[in-house]
Design a protein around this ligand. Structure first.
Ligand code: DGJ
Length: 707
């Protein structure tokens, strides 16, 4: 039964709404679970949380309702902006219905001014993640300019962490102090982009991986989007966001509705690792089979598709222990380089005279799965698709603006274009028994308007989702990877219907250590494609030792992105040992808790790992040299101080080079076998680390000592 208050609680998190607040329900609390409070306790919570009425202010307390508006004296970002022919700009929604069951709260608000019926849904997952979404149903014409889903934070939360980046440098963290005003991050790329805010976290200053109180939001949407953290002098900070809509993009007629994307909110008082654990638990509800070790052909052969060469590559892959081979770009009609062919999704018989069958049969005959690259949303003007259907291309007709990687965008909201793509992909999946699609997206959407001139990213995104959903319906075992020039489309909207992301086109382990460390702030390792590249990185030109490359690629959904037929026997042996090590630790890496140590030299030295109740695999990675001579004692995160452990160094991938006269004594012992250490020594005192050369990594295995 719902009284005056609605309470959602799970995994130590609480969310309380005062349903009786006027003019709209108010969020009284989001953060630590306050325990089992009865109605009088909740009333007291609301009472003591009510702020003063200030001078020079509206004569009612300003609080953050579920639908902040100027009607309640809210001067910050409103929940809704929009109009009907220039009027109906002052929404005044009032609660008309509510229901609460199974940790799900539904609020229905009616707004006589806009003519909208607004249904808000909040759901708290077992992991403590709160999902929020709104549906706007119109009874009169209404143009929606924007909807923001916002939750209040306590005033102590003022340190913002979000992300930026570029091609090959995705998810670079940036921190800023929230003052008065809005910290806003927007994407107008038709996808989150390489510089995506990705996840906006606000916390009590000083939070790190291992500690601190933090609140975070993720916009689970693959089109244009907006994140906001905002604080005004008279109101508490708020955190949220939504879809970024272009003028005229959503115009509702009577009987039509607009659904916001799902926004996901998480809180933790265990720092960024605690927050990551909640996101990972949420995504791990979708049960996935063991993630097969991948070989992707891109950096091995690029567009030079030659059957004999590819057969030899598949043979070498099978010997190393690869379980899935993905044929990348270059297999379809006219695609001899990146200037032509996109859109013509039929096998190029000039290069593959017998179709893909000889290759697919060979790969499957070796016991591996077969994957194929597509970029369905894109088209080259030099393609039959563009020649025959110029009206299927998004953009100003006849003046499509500059190409990007020589390509334009197919209007997926055009039913004929959508059906063509579905049929083309479906036919190939059926014909070749394709297990996996690498679904690429290599340009931003600029001037993404239909030929009638209507902005189309919203419809494009929904049509993309429908396309993937229909393919998955027809092929339930088909797996799909979200790639966008690397990690340009990494969000939980696309991941609700795909199975992993390609984190970055950069395989250089120096860069990858950081890209993976921060991608893992939202995604569990098994969803993060991480491949071993060749000695000289194709995207940075840097040369790195094989052991560092292998140790870096180990901690994700691992794969290989290099020409194995050009590898020396020693390199093949090393890769084979790595494949075996990955398979040994895969059950842990793909289910355990991700932990990262907070170190004083947080740019030059990383210490991270994955742990379960029984074991852990840690990696000390020296990214660059440091002015400090010592690497000092590192406290192993996530272990229990009350238990005893054994640890040893795993040299399977080769040992790192070090820069010291003699490594700490324990290193010699741990290279020889297990070293027993009480948990408290590992957790509270820490382990003196050797000083590795830059671009080197040390792998440490830890198990519970049951002796
Ligand atoms: C960009 C991707 O990120 C690469 O991995 C590769 O698939 C190329 N596209 C192919 O064109």
């Amino acid at each position: 039964m719902v009284g005056r208050f609605a309470q959602l609680r799970a995994a130590g998190v609480g969310f309380v709404v005062d349903l009786a607040a006027s003019p709209a329900p108010v969020v009284v609390h989001w953060g630590r679970d306050l325990g089992e409070l009865d109605e009088s306790g909740l009333a007291a919570l609301a009472l003591v949380g009510e702020p003063a009425v200030l001078n020079n202010s509206v004569d009612v307390p300003r609080r953050c309702s579920v639908w902040p508006s100027e009607f309640e004296g809210w001067a910050g970002t409103p929940a809704l902006s929009g109009h009907r022919d220039g009027v109906a700009t002052t929404p005044r929604p009032r609660l008309v219905e509510h229901s609460l069951a199974d940790n799900r709260l539904e609020l229905v608000l009616d707004d006589a001014i806009t003519g909208l019926r607004i249904t808000l849904n909040y759901e708290m997952d077992d992991s403590g993640v709160l999902s929020a979404r709104a549906a706007l149903a119109a009874s009169k014409p209404y143009e929606v300019a924007g909807v923001s889903t916002l939750l209040p934070l306590p005033s102590r939360a003022v340190e913002v962490l979000d992300f930026t980046g570029k091609w090959c440098r995705e998810r670079s963290p940036q921190r800023t102090r929230l003052g008065h005003g809005a910290h806003v991050r927007e994407s107008r790329r038709g996808k989150p982009g390489q510089d995506s805010a990705f996840l906006m976290t606000v916390g009590v200053p000083g939070y790190g991986f291992g500690g601190g109180e933090v609140w975070a939001v993720h916009v689970a949407w693959s089109g244009d989007q907006r994140y906001v953290a905002e604080q005004l002098p008279e109101t508490p900070p708020v955190l949220g966001g939504g879809e970024l809509l272009r003028a005229g993009e959503v115009r509702l007629g009577p009987g039509e509705r607009y659904d916001t994307p799902i926004l996901l909110f998480a809180w933790s008082d265990e720092g960024l690792d605690g927050l990551a654990a909640r996101w990972h638990a949420l995504q791990r509800k979708k049960v996935r089979p063991p993630r097969p070790l991948v070989l992707n052909t891109w950096e091995a052969v690029y567009f030079n598709h030659d059957l004999d060469r590819l057969l030899a590559l598949a043979d070498a892959a099978a010997k190393v222990g690869v379980e899935r081979v993905v044929l990348d770009d270059g297999w379809f009609r006219g695609r001899r380089d990146d200037t032509a062919g996109l859109g013509d999704w039929q096998v190029d018989l000039t290069v593959w005279p017998h179709g893909l069958t000889p290759f697919v049969d060979h790969v499957k005959g070796l016991g591996m799965q077969f994957g194929l690259w597509f970029e369905p949303e894109m088209v080259n003007l030099d393609s039959d698709l563009a020649r025959e259907h110029p009206d299927w291309i998004l953009g100003v007709p006849g003046e499509p603006g500059p190409p990007s990687r020589n390509q334009y965008v197919v209007d997926l909201s055009n039913p004929d274009a959508w059906a063509y793509l579905l049929t083309s992909i479906d036919d190939l999946v059926s014909e070749y028994g394709i297990d996996y699609i690498k679904w690429d997206h290599n340009r931003d959407l600029h001037e993404a308007v239909t030929h009638a001139g209507r902005p189309s990213v919203h419809n494009q995104t929904l049509a993309l989702y429908r396309l993937i959903d229909e393919l998955k319906r027809r092929h339930p075992d088909l797996e799909i990877e979200s790639c966008a020039s690397g990690g340009g489309r990494v969000d939980l909207g696309i991941l609700a219907r795909t199975d992993r992301v390609w984190a970055s086109d950069c395989n250089d382990p120096v860069e990858r250590q950081s890209i993976q460390r921060w991608t893992a702030q939202l995604l569990p390792p098994e969803l993060i494609g991480s491949h071993v590249g060749p000695e000289r990185s194709h995207t940075t030109g840097r040369r790195t030792d094989v052991s560092f490359r292998l140790a870096t690629a180990l901690f994700g959904h691992a794969g290989i992105e290099q020409d194995l037929t050009a590898c020396s026997p020693e390199e093949i042996d090393r890769l084979t040992a790595w494949a075996a090590l990955h398979k040994e630790f895969r059950p842990l890496l793909h289910s355990g808790r991700v932990v990262r140590a907070d170190l004083p030299d947080d740019a030059g030295l990383f210490f991270h790992g994955v742990i379960s109740n029984e074991q852990g695999l840690f990696c000390l990675a020296r990214i660059s040299t440091s002015p400090a001579g010592q690497s000092w004692r590192v406290r192993l995160p996530g272990l229990s101080r009350g238990r005893d452990y054994r640890l040893r160094i795993r040299g399977d991938l080769g040992l790192p080079s070090m820069r010291q006269v003699r490594a700490p004594e324990w290193v010699t012992a741990a290279l020889d076998g297990w070293v027993r250490v009480p948990g408290a020594a590992l957790v509270d005192a820490g382990v003196a680390m050797p000083t590795l050369d830059p671009g080197q990594a040390l792998l440490l295995e830890v198990i519970v000592d049951r002796a």
